[in-house]
Write a protein that binds this ligand. Sequence first.
Ligand SMILES: Nc1ncnc2c1ncn2[C@@H]1O[C@H](COP(=O)(O)OP(=O)(O)O)[C@@H](O)[C@H]1O
Ligand SMILES: Cc1ncsc1CCOP(=O)(O)O
Length: 264
Amino acid sequence: MRDFGKIIVGIREKKPLVYNITNLVVINISANALLSIGASPIMSFEKQEAADLVKISSALLINMGTPTQDTIETMIIAAKAANKIGIPIIFDPVGVGASSFRNDIANKILSEAKVDILKANASEVANLSGLKVQTKGVESCETIENITDITKNLAKELGCIVCTTGKTDVISDGNEVYLCENGHEALTKITGSGCMLGSIMGATAGVCGKDYLIAALCACLIMGISGEIAASKTNMLGSFQVEFFNALSIFEPETFNSARYKKL
Ligand SMILES: Nc1ncnc2c1ncn2[C@@H]1O[C@H](COP(=O)(O)OP(=O)(O)O)[C@@H](O)[C@H]1O
Ligand SMILES: Cc1ncsc1CCOP(=O)(O)O
């Protein structure tokens, strides 16, 4: 089962600090997702402390879900500091394609910083790839053909790992491609599933050495399997969220026995 078990144990042992500059909708659930898996969260928007926070963190998560001029500046400062000391950056371009403001922000971040993992839903990945795909705010709303090739090509173009989420998650470094089939539809009915996945990717990337392809795949498996476990306990969406956190908190190396993924 590759090194997934080692990653989950590593998170519990190291308790990696994940510095989240994320959106206002998910700030609490993302912090709780990290705590549930055994990592440590810090959430901050203030540029004056960005460089100091990077110094003590194992990974940086940048999520542009509720962008403001100020937070974007903080993201750029933090990202440059992260590049300097070599901690991984996970970038979630939430809602790119919905407004030209968001498109400009995503392009600015990608041109001014070296992102290690770009994690986005299919509409966002398609838009970043230059396809004019209809987007419904922050949700993916079209089935995009050839998403595997689009993901691989974007990874090659950006020189980073790209993880496209959906019923099947596609993860590529531009050469290798993994497909992760774990997950549950209930994950699409609560806000913040994709955002929590980005934060969890911060935890996996923070303990995986430099193998960010496996870190991204591992986070997708953790998310998908935990979603499946939660859905097996309840069909109520409120309880689903509680069960999802419960599943994260008792996730063990053996839990990866339910992993459904393949390498193309
Ligand atoms: N139809 C689906 N069935 C099962 N799991 C899904 C489905 N759609 C998305 N997921 C899972 O939900 C999580 C969030 O993905 P997604 O909804 O694409 O992101 P976002 O919330 O950013 O739009 C991922 O772990 C993904 O695998
Ligand atoms: C609803 C909403 N609006 C701005 S950010 C956000 C949360 C999006 O979270 P996710 O893309 O993970 O569902």
